[in-house]
Ligand binder design. Structure first.
Ligand code: M6R
Length: 614
């Protein structure tokens, strides 16, 4: 939700900020803006509704000379997307400019108080309150910018990552974080800051991740200083980034989403690497091995997540219950956090989040930890908040996911959960070693299976043309294929804006069956598993009511082939691995339908990749 970038140094400030905003556009694209300060002593603020390219167009004839700058791409929370509500916001006297990612929950109280002191407001945002408050404190106390920021933040309730610049001191950026990410890139005679490291990866690999309650003072020519809200100094912990620039480019594909779908053979290979050893006979997960007693004694596992990660979590339940015989509950993080959860130190809570920054998942993890549960994070984003707030965990290692619709992260999450379930089963002795070896061997072949499924690409592209103008879709599956149905429906909804519902296939007859007619296609995920005979009946029930069926089946299937209108075949494999494979044709189907409809698949309307607000 919103991306922020800042730069101070001798490089081309405008170019660095704009390039950085493009990299962060996945976080929001309702409006964009920047503030520049140069030797002319002017604070120049340019903003524009819509994507970063609109801002570039707007800036074409503007003065762009600068030594320091901050910039923002917005996902609207308070106030509609408009030029006026775009960031940066500036103070009443025009001396300060500020960008913000997050929400100020007590902004109304603060705004009323500031208005009583004569402040006028020009936007509907909570952010403007923050910049006015900083300026008010600065003038009242006649103090430095950093002191004013610290005092203002002590009055603020909510989440923020901010960067502020001041007209009178164009050599300094003051930045701070609470529950929204912020990372500082240390270059030679130049410093960057951003919501994640992607805006500066080609300039430096040295990064400092700010912690909650920290304020950074970035001053040209001086070493970075980090203070806490009580004014004590923090230790600076410089990390080396493992990100490469090629991971942030489309690599010849028209969209990041398609690139990420096609990357899955290699991302799954990286995800598995070193974790399935001895030719598949042993599972090696550090996050489990380092906490054997916890997993041996766990009485229950609770998985919290949102969106696609929640669908992976649901698969996690099936996997862990099947393999480890531990009861598992799956909760939407946003519901869990306000449901007075009952947890103790024999519960293991798994928090799954691609970005590692989803506000609800992060809050759920913190609550669980406070209650004494052991919290295990599954994330893709190294150095993000969730891995830093958990007791142990596993990274996906599938590389940065930029398309807003999650694809390779989903298959990576399911793979990590499969490995986790097998690893815990191995530890607790709930599976025979030859059962583990059989699945382990097949896991090593997964990248080849994915490669094979991707060969369906052209067939799916042609198929998509038949269904582009359907107004509703039903996705059905049973057992391991039920979460895949939910995920398939979400993919279609979020990028093509077609209404789609995922349903357990047998539940269909309790209501949704009433919707079936020739106008509403059903996508049925029906691999050859222990529920195959059951789902064949469900396929027949749809057909009997005149519905069109696209079925995902196992190679060689003859029964469903004779009933369905279209079949997409996937290779045979153990049941627990089918979700990784059957989800891929659904990703492609959504992609092509959205493309046929002329939608922006990488930046679907109203969405953002990283949801750092409640
Ligand atoms: O970063 P997270 O995995 O925590 O994100 C959770 C959801 O916001 C995310 O999966 C969302 O549903 C995706 N757009 C789905 O494609």
């Amino acid at each position: 939700m919103c991306g922020i970038v800042g730069y101070i140094g001798n490089g081309n400030v405008y170019d660095i900020l704009i390039k950085g905003l493009h990299r962060l556009e996945y976080r929001g694209y309702d409006s964009a803006g920047l503030a520049l300060e140069g030797e002319d002593g002017k604070l120049k603020v340019y903003k524009s509704k819509g994507k970063v390219s609109n801002l570039e167009e707007y800036c074409k004839d503007k003065s762009l000379d600068a030594k320091v700058g901050i910039a923002h791409t917005r996902w609207a929370t308070h106030g509609e997307p408009s030029d006026c509500n775009a960031h940066p916001h500036y103070s009443e006297d025009g001396k300060l400019a500020l960008v913000h990612n997050g929400t100020i929950e007590n902004y109304k109280v603060l705004k009323d108080a500031l208005m009583q002191h004569g402040c006028t407001f020009h936007s509907e945002t909570d952010t403007e309150v923050l910049v006015q408050l900083i300026e008010y404190i600065k003038v009242k106390n006649n103090c430095s910018l950093v002191d004013a920021v610290r005092e203002a933040l002590n009055q603020v309730v909510g989440a923020y990552a901010i960067a502020v610049i001041e007209k009178e001191h164009p050599d300094t950026i003051v930045a701070a974080r609470q529950s929204s990410p912020l990372v500082i890139g240390i270059g030679e005679d130049e410093t960057f800051l951003a919501s994640d490291a992607t805006p500066f990866v080609e300039y430096t690999k040295e990064a400092v991740y700010l912690n909650d309650g920290e304020i950074a003072v970035i001053k040209q020519g001086e070493p970075l200083k980090i203070l806490k809200l009580d004014n004590s100094e923090s230790k600076i912990d410089v990390k080396t980034l493992e990100l490469s620039i090629s991971q942030l480019e489309k690599g010849g594909f028209p969209h990041f989403m398609l690139k990420e779908i096609f990357e899955q053979p290699s991302t799954l290979k990286t995800c598995i690497r070193g974790r399935v050893v001895d030719d598949g006979r042993r599972i090696h997960i550090n996050g489990i091995n380092d906490h054997k007693d916890t997993f041996l004694n766990a009485k229950r596992i609770v998985i919290v997540a949102c969106g696609t990660s929640w669908h992976a979590a649901l698969l996690g339940k099936y996997l862990i219950q099947d393999m480890c015989k531990i009861p598992v509950e799956v909760e939407y993080a946003s519901e869990f956090r306000y449901s007075n959860p009952v947890l103790d130190n024999r519960d293991v809570v798994i928090a799954i989040s691609q970005s590692g920054e989803t506000a609800d998942t992060l809050a759920a993890a913190k609550i669980a930890r406070k209650m004494g549960a052991f919290v295990y994070g599954i994330s893709n984003s190294v150095g993000s908040s969730i891995p830093r707030e958990t007791d142990s965990g596993t990274y996906l290692h599938v590389g940065p996911e930029i398309g807003v619709a999650s694809t390779k992260a989903f298959t990576g999450q399911v793979m990590v959960l499969t490995l986790l379930a097998l690893g815990v089963a191995q530890l607790r002795g709930t599976m025979e070693s030859d059962q583990i070896a059989e699945i382990g061997k097949e896991i090593l072949r997964i990248p080849d299976y994915v490669e094979k499924v991707l060969k369906l690409n052209e067939k799916i592209e042609r198929l998509s043309l038949i269904y582009t103008y359907a107004r509703n879709f039903l996705y059905l599956g049973r057992g391991y294929s039920y979460p895949v149905a939910l995920e398939g429906a979400l993919k279609l909804k979020e990028i093509s804006y077609i209404h789609a519902e995922g349903y357990p296939a047998a539940e269909m007859k309790h209501g949704p069956i009433a919707l079936i007619d020739a106008e509403m296609p059903s996508v049925i995920i029906a691999p050859n598993d222990h529920l195959y005979e059951k789902i064949v009946s469900n396929v027949q029930q749809v057909k009997a009511r005149g519905g069109n069926i696209i079925a995902i089946v196992t190679e060689g299937d003859t029964v469903i082939r004779n009933i369905a209108d279209h079949v997409l075949e996937v290779p045979p494999m153990p049941e627990c691995l089918t979700p990784i494979i059957t989800s891929i044709p659904l990703q492609l189907l959504s992609y092509y339908i959205a493309i046929n409809k002329g939608k922006d698949v990488d930046m679907p309307r109203n969405l953002a990749k990283s949801v750092t607000v409640e």
